[in-house]
Ligand binder design. Structure first.
Ligand code: ADP
Ligand code: MG
Length: 608
C-alpha cells in the first residue's frame, strides 16, 4: 500500500528531473484521513492540468444522512461541497512556477445547482484494499458493509504539477500534494468545519424548488415566479443578481397562487397557466428579464441568487431565430410551404437557414425531441415554448391584414406562428409564453396577458380581450384546423464522425457556446438554456457515446435521446465517458438534440 510518505519521498526523488517523469506518481495513496487517487498526469506544465481524486470516508467527512436523503438534497449537497472546495482551494493554492504550476482547482461554478461529476457521495471501500479483499471472501465478509446511511465523499479536481521551465519542482509538488490538499480537504469537505446552517439552507432551497417544479403540472401551471424574487442580473456577462435598485417581483393579485414546499412551507407568487401567455409592455420595462428568469427556471439556483423560486416546467425551451444555421431534413411544413424553386419543406435541408426557416426548424426540432419522447425524464406536459420578440424573426411571428392583402397566401411560404400557436396547444398540449410588445394581433390567441410596467407585473387579459373584440384585426386565419405532423428523423451514422486525423475521438469544448466534434465546429450560441461549459462537455461526450451505442441508421433521434438519457439516469453521468472526469454537468435531452442538430455534416432519413 502506498502512503502519503511514500508519495512525498517519490516527489523528492523526482525533483529537478524532466517533467515527463511525473508520470511515476500515477496511482493510489492512503493519506491519514483520505485516499488520494492520481488518475492522469499532464505532459508538460502548460498542458491541461493533472486529474486528481480524493475519497473521504464517512467517519472523516461526517455529513449527516439527512443532508442527502433525497436526490434533490444530494445534488445540492454535492454542489455546495464543490463551491466550498473551490473557495478554499483559491485561498490555499498559489503560483509555484511555470505555466499552471501550483494550481489546485475544481470546475467553474455559476448560479445554477447542477448535477456534476466533480463531487459525489460514495459507499466507501478503500480503493487500495480492493485487490486483497477481492481474493479473500472471508475478509470480505468480515468488513462491515457500509450502511446506506453513511456515505463518503469523492471529489475530483485539477492540479497543475509544478515545474521550473520543464524540470520538476519536487519539493513544491510535495508541499502541494502532501500539505495543501489535506488542508483543503480538512477545511472544505469535513462537516465539522463547515457552516451547518448554510449547508442546510442550500439543500432545503433546492429541495423546495424541485418540489414546486413537480407541482406545476397538477396545478396546470407552466411556470411560477415567487413574490420577492429578484429577476434582473448585473450584466449580460455577469449572472449574479443586480444589487442596486433591483425591484422585487410581485404577482398581480389575479394570478397569485399559493404553493407549499417541504421546508419553507407556503410560498406565494405568480402562476403562469398552461396555454398561451403574452408578456406585453413598453420597451425597457422588464419583459425580457422576466422571460430570461423563466427560461432558467428549469434549473435550481443557489440561495441568494434571487431566482431560487422562479420555477419552470422542466421541458420549457427557448426558441429563437438563428439565421445561418444548417438544417438536416426537418419537416417544417406546419410553418413553411411552397418555397421558391419548389424546395421541399417536408425534408428541409440547408447550409444557411433564414430567420424564419431557422425559427421554424428550432420549433420542429424541439417538438421532435420533447413531444416524441417515449421516456421523458419528467413532467406530464410535453413542452413549453418560450419566445422573445427581441430574438424572433418578425415575418415568422406576424403577418397582418394589410400584408395579407398585398401578398397573397400562395406567394407567402410562411404560415406565421400566430396562426399555429393555438393548434399546437390543442393538438399536442404544448404551451407558449411569448414576449410581444410590438403587435396586438396576438390578443386574439392569448389565454393570459401579462403586462410589465416599470418592472411590475399586471394582468391585462380582460382588457386585451376587450380591445380585441372592439378592434378586429381583420386577418384571415392561415393556419388550418390542425397543427400538422411532427416527424421523427433517423440520423445516418456515418454523418456524425468524432474522429480527426490520427484520433478516433476528438472532441473539445471551446467555450460555453462552441464545441469541436471531430473536424466540425458546432455553434450552440443560440441554445440559450445551456449555462455551463461542463454541460457542453457532457453533451460532446454524450454525442460520442450515442454514436458508439445507439446511432445505427435504424433508431430515430427521439429513440436515441431516450436511450442516452435513460443510461445517464440509471448509471450516472460517468457512463458517457471512458474515464472518470471531474468536469461534466447534467444536461437535458433537448440540449443534446440541439447540439446534434447543429452538426453541419448531419444527414438523416425520415422514419417511415
Ligand atoms: P424589455 O425586454 O421590456 O425591453 P428588459 O427586460 O430588457 O426590458 O429590461 C430593461 C433593463 O431593466 C435591463 O437592464 C434590466 O436589467 C433592468 N431590469 C429589469 N427588471 C428589473 C427590475 N425588476 N429591477 C430593476 N431593474 C430591472
Ligand atoms: Mg426585451
Amino acid at each position: 500500500m502506498n502512503t502519503k510518505e511514500n508519495l512525498r519521498r517519490l516527489l523528492f526523488d523526482l525533483d529537478n528531473r524532466g517533467y515527463k517523469a511525473y508520470k511515476d506518481i500515477l496511482g493510489t495513496y492512503e493519506f491519514p484521513d483520505f485516499t488520494l487517487i492520481i488518475d492522469y498526469v499532464q505532459g508538460d506544465p502548460f498542458a491541461a492540468p493533472s486529474k486528481f481524486r480524493v475519497h473521504i470516508p464517512p467517519t472523516v467527512a461526517g455529513f449527516p444522512a439527512e443532508l442527502y436523503r433525497t436526490r434533490s438534497r444530494e445534488i445540492a449537497l454535492r454542489d455546495y461541497l464543490i463551491r466550498e472546495f473551490d473557495q478554499v482551494a483559491r485561498e490555499i493554492s498559489s503560483h509555484r512556477g511555470t505555466g499552471k504550476s501550483g494550481m489546485i482547482a475544481v470546475t467553474k461554478m455559476g448560479q445554477e445547482i447542477l448535477e456534476r461529476t466533480s463531487a459525489s457521495l460514495i459507499n466507501m471501500t478503500p480503493v487500495s484494499t480492493k485487490p486483497i479483499l477481492a481474493g479473500n471472501p472471508a475478509l470480505q465478509r468480515a468488513r462491515p458493509t457500509p450502511s446506506t446511511q453513511e456515505k463518503g465523499i469523492e471529489m475530483r479536481f485539477f492540479v497543475g504539477l509544478p515545474a521550473r521551465g520543464r524540470n520538476i519542482l519536487g519539493r513544491q509538488a510535495a508541499m502541494m500534494i502532501c500539505e495543501d490538499i489535506p488542508a483543503i480537504v480538512d477545511r472544505a469537505l469535513r462537516y465539522q468545519n463547515l457552516e451547518s446552517e448554510a449547508i442546510k439552507r442550500h439543500v432545503e432551497t433546492a429541495e423546495d424548488a424541485d418540489y414546486l417544479r413537480q407541482q406545476l403540472a397538477e396545478k396546470q401551471l407552466v411556470a411560477f415566479v415567487a413574490n420577492e424574487a429578484i429577476l434582473p442580473r448585473r450584466s449580460g456577462i455577469d449572472s449574479r443578481p443586480l444589487e442596486e435598485n433591483a425591484i422585487e417581483f410581485q404577482s398581480p393579485e389575479s394570478l397569485e397562487v399559493e404553493l407549499t414546499c417541504p421546508n419553507r412551507g407556503s410560498i406565494k407568487g405568480m402562476g403562469i397557466p398552461q396555454g398561451i401567455t403574452l408578456i406585453v409592455g413598453g420597451g425597457y420595462h422588464g419583459k425580457s428579464t422576466l422571460l430570461n428568469a423563466i427560461e432558467l427556471g428549469i434549473y435550481n439556483h443557489i440561495p441568494g441568487d434571487g431566482r431560487e423560486f422562479v420555477i419552470t416546467n422542466p421541458s420549457a425551451v427557448k426558441i429563437r431565430a438563428e439565421d445561418g444555421r444548417s438544417v438536416a431534413g426537418v419537416d417544417i411544413s406546419p410553418f413553411i410551404n411552397q418555397l421558391p424553386q419548389d424546395r421541399s419543406t417536408r425534408e428541409f435541408s440547408t447550409e444557411n437557414a433564414s430567420g424564419s426557416t431557422s425559427q421554424a426548424t428550432n420549433i420542429m426540432e424541439a417538438l421532435e425531441a420533447l413531444v416524441l419522447a417515449e421516456k421523458p425524464e419528467s413532467s406530464t406536459i410535453p413542452a413549453v415554448l418560450l419566445v422573445d420578440e427581441d430574438t424572433a424573426a418578425t415575418n415568422f411571428m406576424i403577418r397582418d391584414r394589410r400584408m395579407q392583402e398585398l401578398i397573397a397566401k400562395d406567394h407567402e411560404p410562411i404560415t406565421p406562428f400566430i396562426d399555429k400557436v393555438r393548434q399546437l396547444y390543442h393538438d399536442y398540449g404544448v404551451s407558449t409564453i411569448l414576449v410581444m410588445g410590438g403587435s396586438g394581433d396576438y390578443f386574439d390567441v392569448a389565454d393570459t396577458v401579462i403586462a410589465m410596467e416599470n418592472f411590475q407585473a399586471l394582468e391585462l387579459t380582460a382588457k386585451a380581450k376587450e380591445i380585441a373584440s372592439q378592434y378586429s384585426t381583420g386577418r384571415t386565419l392561415e393556419g388550418g384546423e390542425t397543427f400538422g405532423v411532427i416527424q421523427a428523423r433517423i440520423p445516418v451514422s456515418e454523418s456524425l464522425d468524432p474522429s480527426r486525423g490520427r484520433w478516433d475521438v476528438r472532441v473539445k469544448v471551446r467555450d460555453v457556446d462552441e464545441v469541436l466534434f471531430g473536424t466540425e465546429d458546432i455553434d450552440v450560441s443560440a441554445v440559450e438554456q445551456l449555462v455551463s461549459k461542463d454541460q457542453l462537455r457532457a453533451i460532446a461526450a454524450a454525442m460520442v457515446y450515442a454514436k458508439k451505442n445507439y446511432i445505427d441508421g435504424q433508431k430515430t433521434l427521439p429513440q436515441i435521446l431516450d436511450a442516452v438519457m435513460q443510461d445517464i439516469t440509471e448509471k450516472g453521468l460517468d457512463v458517457i465517458t471512458p474515464f472518470p472526469q471531474g468536469d461534466l454537468a447534467l444536461f437535458r435531452r433537448f440540449e443534446l438534440a440541439a447540439a446534434i442538430n447543429r452538426i453541419r455534416t448531419l444527414e438523416v432519413k425520415q422514419s417511415p
